[in-house]
Design a protein around this ligand. Sequence first.
Ligand code: SF4
Length: 480
Amino acid sequence: MYKFFIETVGCQMNQLDSELAVSGLTRAGLERVMDYAFADVIIFNTCSIRQHAEDKVYSAIGRLKQWKLQKPFGVIGVIGCMAQKDQGKIISRAPHVDLVLGPGQLDLLAETIYRLLETKSVGVSTQPEILVSLQRLKDDHSAVKESFRLFDPARKVESRKNRFQALVRIMFGCNKFCTYCIVPKVRGPEQSRSPVEILNEVRQLVDQGVKEITFIGQTVNSYKYFMPRGNIVTKIPIPLKDVGVVGGDDIIRLSDLLYMSSEINGLRRIKFVTNYPVGMGDDLLSAVRNLPNVSKYLHIPVQSGSDAVLKRMKRQYSVAEYKELIDKIYETIPDAAVTSDFIVGFCGETEDEFRETVELVRYCRFKNSFVFKYSERPDTRSAELYADDVDESTKKRRNNELLDVQEEICLELNRKFIGRKVEILVDGETKNYDDGKVQLSGRTSCDRIVVFDADNSDLIGQFIEIEINNASPFTLFGCR
Ligand code: SF4
């Protein structure tokens, strides 16, 4: 039996794609190993968001030259965004790579690897295969949709991080074309999956023991699917209460999906990421407020607190509009936890523009922020239009300052939980003590990390109540 090793970097889309790749390969008869030294096939699922992520992949592939000399019949594959973006460049930089396969071709992975392995095993040398097509990503009737329909739901339980949490892709691609981002070029335009297929997949996952699902999409709140609402009653195989879903126009939105999936018995928690600041409608906020099993956690990246920078980034909102959205969220869902992403040192960012970003972080009181230094990406509009003119030390200083401000806010917000009881889904073990006891961790509905001591790991996968007795900026501590 051939063995494969897979290394994944990047976002939750990539995490899900790797789960799908693992399922496809194991179904085809390959066995997964956790150490590449024992593998016949090594796959890198790559990310193109930052130069650093790409450099790491190129150097890891470079180090495999030796492995290839010892195992000439082995297969090295590169999948994910970098595969779509760089295509033949990967083979010219690393001629020992055998396969480059884009995100829209995942359903061809197992068959292609098998073909390469079988051919090589009889001593016939193979040419590298490059299977990337943006056209396929753009074509509604293509195998990408087919892959949604057949491939996503067919993933094996073992390919997931654990048995009680699962990612469910509800859409693919992005139409926003932010100037710094490569995603629309490598993942194609937005395509939403049918709600019937999504709900069937969720139900199937719940039947397998999943308690928490996360709907994922690059701009998940843009989810829209045309379907005459009369059809929903007959086509969606779950009992619907009178939740206001059936009626109105013929577009199914994310809020409708939340209402419908919240009816599935046994599904205790539903999350959705990542939101774009435009299109966070009242219907969506009401759904988050009204549905007890929808997580009160909203990740809405703003990227900058300066209108001038947002304009250069081609983000489609102003700072005032973003603040208005934040006010509306806290008004509608007072216990909401909002998180954001920031890029500091974007082309031409002045000290005053950066100060506006600091001010926005103080205003919004995010539960947490992910801060990145701008990294110029070839083939993006910003690389074409603007100079990457903020020096590295300034980027680093702004990055650290923003993180410090955010950390203060995190601590203030977390301290408010001391003395309160919270419900968490226990998701893992963080420490082993000498006496055999363990420290476990879990997350609240508002996505806060909670750690506590327990006698053993039996609570993993369960919802339990914890009384909080201490807090740090990023963790709550408690006991049962
Ligand atoms: S919204 Fe902007 S940053 Fe997000 S995936 Fe689309 S283009 Fe990239």
